[in-house]
Design a protein around this ligand. Structure first.
Ligand SMILES: [Zn+2]
Length: 224
């Protein structure tokens, strides 16, 4: 991330309401709308739905009663509507990850905003509920794209914890990261449900007895 983008990101984090720009959730249990006794952590999954890995991940989340947020790519969602319906039926949040996941630096503001609108309309029709969470591909936004999203009343949702699961090579590597992860209140964990490693990370994190009693998993929509 460039120095300028880091400055923009930290400035937004400091002055823009969470409903517009989300990089982490409440940092202490009592900071939210209602006092909570546990630290809240959000698991998020990008780049699906994938017909092979997403259903297995949904089974795992269901087994552990863990709610999550899925930032789906519009054209994949159109090919795998049953998986999107299953995400919604299971109570997870749906987010918009553009229609084609085109390279940010090669995508004009108009094309990007058109993709977001197209995906939003599709997901709201399929899920029968509002879908205003947006995560731009690679987390990259120009000022024009950012302002355009806010004009459309979208919430820009980034992350603060990135295990870079898309670069992992083995189940052992994924499980080791999950076992070593020490969750902090308000963490937004970036994972990818089009890779098999996300499931192994989730399994290791949620079954870690060291922090099982002090962590509650939430959807990003729970923080808005
Ligand atoms: Zn992505």
């Amino acid at each position: 991330m460039s120095f300028v983008r880091q400055i923009i990101k930290s400035t937004c984090r400091a002055v823009v309401p969470r409903r517009m720009f989300l990089t982490h959730g409440p940092r202490s249990p009592g900071e939210g709308k209602t006092p909570r006794c546990r630290h809240e952590v959000a698991l998020t999954f990008d780049d699906g739905p994938d017909p092979d890995t997403t259903p297995r991940l949904l089974d795992l989340l269901d087994k552990h009663h863990v709610p999550a947020t899925f930032f789906v790519i519009g054209e994949k969602a159109a090919r795998h509507r049953d998986i999107v319906r299953r995400i919604v039926a299971a109570g997870h949040s749906l987010g918009n990850h553009s229609y084609s996941h085109s390279e940010p630096c090669k995508t004009s503001t108009k094309q990007f905003l058109d993709e977001i609108r197209r995906t939003q309309a599709f997901l709201e029709d399929l899920g029968n509920q509002p879908c205003t969470l947006v995560r731009p591909p690679k987390g990259v936004l120009s000022v024009g794209k950012q302002l355009g999203l806010w004009k459309q009343r979208m919430t820009i949702a980034l992350w603060n914890t990135d295990p870079r699961d898309y670069l992992m090579q083995s189940q052992q590597q994924a499980a080791a990261w999950g076992a070593a992860y020490h969750p902090c209140a308000g963490d937004i964990v970036l994972l990818h449900d089009n890779h098999p490693w996300a499931g192994h990370i989730v399994e290791a994190v949620v079954s870690n007895s060291c922090h099982a009693d002090r962590i509650r998993y939430v959807r990003l929509s729970d923080w808005l």
